[in-house]
Structures are given as structure tokens and as C-alpha cells.
Design a protein around this ligand. Structure first.
Ligand code: AN7
Length: 356
């Protein structure tokens, strides 16, 4: 498919998606995101090692996160089955994506979010798309329990990643990475892990595409790291609100993928996540939401600890969501803009006193 005719992941990868014939396609032309080589960042996290580091910039999907790949498939399938209403629990990105695809398909959309713990850009988008946003006095995990229960009682389609069609769509990112690397999988594939749908989907994708298998490296926020600790986290905490999840729906599938790939999952502190977040923006010009920097943070940690030898390796880190999702956090991390009188003298004085 040439780049001018890209019409979303279902049309691009129809042969790999077991949707029934005649399923209507609800798409926003998602997918086909850039894989960007990041030499300055590679030199920062592995000086002199000749690391070939690539960033899969999933924040460039239509609603600003990787969730659109799975949502096009889940919503198309739900429409094919005659659904009129969809529902999800979400830390924000799934909600925004569900809301957008529901709007496009003319469906009613309910999203349950943890009150006060969803980033501004996600909430704003959900409301703009016309979703019914319900703030729950509890965590994502509590919201997910509620939606699982209500779909058992009413005929509403659940579009969380417990829905297998979500994983079918998300696996297409692995196909793109292999194509973008010239027909091979990377040595390591690093990504944030929250509800663990994405890591599960990537593993399915690499296996089906048949161009080699990477080792998977999952990163969890230290305050929300059930897979690392081996137990449910009751009160998950992190600056990375997207992955503030204590009881992942795809726990067992993720552990199996990690195991089969010879990979690992590790916890990174908020400070490490923020450091990587800053490097992505300031060294590479890639503005992401904090959770999205977790793949880079965990890679850096594992290299530092000697668990991963970066020498000559090809490594992909997935940047899962756009920086504009969480403008509050970005402003909190930055110094306020400088204020000057609107005069040439003041500007010139500033320029010459602070040479670049
Ligand atoms: C930016 O939107 O769970 O391990 O409800 O938004 O597949 O859950 C978001 C997850 C990583 C983790 N990066 O992916 C939700 C939600 C970003 C995210 C993840 C999420 P999974």
C-alpha cells in the first residue's frame, strides 16, 4: 500500500484480521505511524555502544494514542453485530479513542474514568466527541470491574482490551515495525505496561508476521507495578496516570509473552520516567505523555544495571501517547516563560546576556 492510499489498519491488514465478511469498517485512517531513529537519545542512554534506537511514535494516531488501532477493529466488529452502545473503563486514552470511533459510527458511548486522575487533554477530547463521561470515586480497576459487570447484564459492547478485537487491531503495530526495519523484528521491544493489552498484542503480532521475534521489555511505574511484584496493587500511584493500574486484565497473557520472548518486566520510578520524558522532548523533539516515556526509562535502567547489552543492538521503544494529552504535567515540569517588555532593547539585552 503506498502512503497516499493509507486507509487505516483494517484495510491495510485485512488478511490478518479475522473479522467476519461484511463487517462495516469504522476507521479514522489510524496506524502507519513513523518509526524514528533516535541517535542522540541512544548516545545519552548507552554512550559509545552503537545502539540503534528507534521510537514508534504512536501519539500520531488520530486521537493521539495507540488505542486507535484496537478501537477501529473493536468498534467495527461491534457495529457488525448491531451494537448501539459501547462502554469502557479507562485512564483516559481508551476513553478518548472509544468516544471518537463511537461518534464516527453513530453509537452511544459511556466511559468510566477515575475521578481527578485523568489527564486534561483526554477528558477534553472525550467531552468534545460527545461521550457520556462518568467519573468514578475509585481507581481504574474499580471502574473496570463495574463495566465488566454491566455488560453481563445489558446488551452493551465492552471495548476495553478484555475485548479480543482490541488486541487484533493493536498487533498491527508489530507488522509496521518489521516493515519499517526492512523486514525484521528488533532485538528488543520496549513499552509501558498498564492493563497489559498492548504487550500481549505486540507478541501476537510479531509471531503472526513471521519476520523474527524480539525480546520484550515491559516497564511499569514503581507505584503501580503488579506484574513486577506478583500481586495486585490496591492503590496504584504514579505521575504517569495512563498506567496507574493495579490489577491488569491481561496479566497472564503478558507474563506468558514475556516468558516466551525471553524478556522481562521491571519497575521504574517516577523520577526515571520524567528523566526519559525530558530527554525525548529535549534531545529528539518528541513530546509524549509521561507514561509513554516508560519504555525508554526501563531500557535505560536495564542497560545501566548491566541486564541488557546495548552493543550494536536494534531496539524499538513505543511512544504510546502524545504530549498534548497531559499539558498540566508538562507545565509543572517546566520553568515559567521569561517575561520581557515589548522592546528591541530588552530582547537584544536578553539575547546577548544569555548566548545559546
Ligand atoms: C499512553 O486508556 O489503560 O498495557 O484506559 O494510555 O495496553 O494498558 C491506557 C494505557 C501505555 C498501557 N501508554 O497500555 C486506558 C489505558 C499509554 C496508555 C498504556 C496506556 P496497556
Amino acid at each position: 500500500m503506498n502512503k497516499h492510499s493509507w486507509q487505516g489498519v483494517i484495510r491495510a491488514y485485512r488478511d490478518y484480521l479475522p473479522l467476519p465478511a461484511g463487517t462495516p469498517i469504522v476507521s479514522l485512517n489510524e496506524g502507519n505511524t513513523p518509526l524514528i531513529q533516535a541517535d542522540r537519545l541512544a548516545e545519552q542512554i548507552a554512550p559509545g555502544a552503537g545502539l540503534r534506537l528507534f521510537l514508534k511514535y504512536e501519539g500520531l494516531n488520530p486521537t493521539g494514542s495507540f488505542k486507535d488501532r484496537g478501537m477501529t477493529v473493536a468498534v467495527s466488529q461491534a457495529c457488525g453485530e448491531g451494537a448501539k452502545t459501547i462502554i469502557c473503563a479507562s485512564t483516559g486514552n481508551t476513553a478518548a479513542s472509544a468516544a471518537a470511533y463511537a461518534a464516527r459510527a453513530g453509537l452511544r458511548c459511556l466511559v468510566l474514568v477515575p475521578e481527578g486522575k485523568i489527564a486534561l487533554g483526554k477528558l477534553a477530547a472525550c467531552l468534545a466527541y460527545g461521550a457520556e463521561v462518568i467519573a468514578i470515586d475509585g481507581s481504574f480497576d474499580a471502574a473496570l470491574e463495574l463495566v465488566r459487570e454491566i455488560v453481563a447484564r445489558h446488551s452493551i459492547a465492552l471495548v476495553n482490551s478484555v475485548n479480543p478485537w482490541r488486541l487484533q487491531g493493536q498487533k498491527t503495530a508489530a507488522f509496521e515495525i518489521c516493515d519499517q526495519l526492512g523486514g525484521r523484528a528488533p532485538d528488543w521491544h520496549c513499552l509501558p505496561v498498564g492493563n497489559a493489552g498492548n504487550i500481549t498484542a505486540y507478541w501476537i503480532g510479531y509471531q503472526e508476521y513471521g519476520q523474527g521475534l524480539p525480546r520484550l521489555l515491559g516497564g511499569q511505574a514503581a507505584g503501580a507495578a503488579p506484574l513486577v511484584r506478583g500481586e495486585v496493587v490496591k492503590k496504584p500511584e504514579s505521575i504517569a496516570t495512563a498506567i496507574r493500574i493495579g490489577n491488569p486484565a491481561r496479566w497472564h497473557e503478558a507474563m506468558r509473552a514475556l516468558d516466551e520472548s525471553g524478556g522481562m518486566v521491571a519497575a521504574v520510578g517516577d523520577e526515571e520516567i520524567l528523566q526519559s520524558w525530558k530527554w525525548l522532548a529535549s534531545l529528539e523533539g518528541l513530546f509524549v505523555e509521561p507514561a509513554s516515556a516508560t519504555g525508554v526509562a526501563v531500557l535505560h535502567q536495564q542497560i545501566r544495571q548491566g541486564e541488557i547489552d546495548p552493543g550494536g543492538k536494534t531496539v524499538v521503544c513505543v511512544l504510546t501517547g502524545h504530549g498534548l494529552k497531559d499539558p498540566d504535567m508538562a507545565l509543572q515540569q517546566a520553568a515559567a516563560p521569561r517575561r520581557l517588555p515589548a522592546t528591541m532593547a530588552a530582547l537584544e539585552d536578553y539575547l546577548l546576556r544569555r548566548p545559546s
